[in-house]
Design a protein around this ligand. Sequence first.
Ligand code: ZN
Length: 133
Amino acid sequence: MGLMKLTQNNYDHDKQIGYPFEQEFKGKKIKLAYGESMVMDESEAEEFLGTMNAVIRDADGQFDPRSFKKFKKEKVETKQAEAPKAGEHICQACAYEGTSSKDIEEHIKLNHLDQIEDPEVAEALRNKKAKLK
Ligand SMILES: [Zn+2]
């Protein structure tokens, strides 16, 4: 479950003013000025948006825009360092991504024989290569 940023967005374009917002939610008073934002759990945010404030009507029976509930929703990117996809068959030398360990082995033989630091490993690969011929 991610996080959701809710920005209070109740703006009256006719009057060109933003209204403050106030509501009791789960026993807590939520009070936000226009443009102010808060971060909630996604599920809680949906729940919060689903609850209605009593809409107030003015003397003419029109909805009072001050009682509107308008929020801009934005998912919060949780920057948990995503573990690099455990590439099972990645070439350590050039990050070539092979389809199998065999593929990687072939790739190394073709491209990096001279770069292999361990001479025994290099030799073993050379011998293997030689055998294949
Ligand atoms: Zn490579």
